[in-house]
Ligand binder design. Structure first.
Ligand code: CMP
Length: 178
């Protein structure tokens, strides 16, 4: 059953309670069922999708399985998964928000330096949940228990990227998944 139907069914069961549901159908246009971007806010429940990219350092160090397992153990679903090699054009598009910053060229070189693994994750409050799980951008400052805190010490080479908002998720996932 696609996610939208599943959420509608669940919502139908509790609609006697005052609540709020939003499904932004404009974000679903032209997408396969498993790719549909759904934001449902029923009081305490918000199902979202987000994107993670295991960077070349994480992939080379064979951390992909361990990292994905953490998200599954947390209860997030892996909706779409692929290994990917950034071209310069795609890297510039992916990181366009950082264009003009002093670290931009280094960032592009690093993300193009090897294969990455991209994954769309889905679950309650996925954007924020995943950002908390990956930890601070500077791995050497990231809290133990987070992915960066447990697996790395780098800044540019900080193991993993995750979308910082639903809008970034849409933009970034389109760069990689089309
Ligand atoms: P990421 O989550 O992929 O988002 C942008 C990346 O830029 C960030 O992780 C870091 O790897 C990298 N980066 C390098 N230098 C800086 C900096 N001075 N400020 C922010 N991000 C930086």
């Amino acid at each position: 059953m696609d996610l939208l139907k599943q959420m509608q069914k669940e919502y139908a069961g509790i609609k006697a309670r005052p609540s709020k549901t939003q499904v932004d159908s404009s974000l679903c246009k032209g997408r396969a069922a498993h790719e549909k971007i759904v934001s449902v806010d029923i009081e305490t429940m918000t199902t979202e999708q987000t994107l993670i990219v295991i960077k070349p350092d994480g992939f080379k160090r064979l951390l992909t399985g361990k990292i994905l397992a953490r998200f599954e153990e947390k209860g997030l679903q892996l909706r779409n998964l692929k290994s990917y090699d950034f071209t310069k054009e795609k890297a510039q598009e992916f990181y366009s928000v950082h264009k003009g910053k002093p670290f931009f060229d280094e960032l592009l070189s690093f993300i193009m330096s090897g294969t990455v693994v991209a994954c769309i994750l889905e679950g309650s409050h996925a954007v924020n949940t995943v950002r908390l799980m990956i930890g601070s951008t500077k791995s050497f400052e990231a809290a133990p228990g987070t992915i960066r805190g447990d697996f790395g010490l780098g800044f540019t080479d900080n193991i993993i990227h995750a979308s910082d908002s639903p809008e970034s998720f849409i933009k970034e996932s389109r760069v990689i998944f089309g």
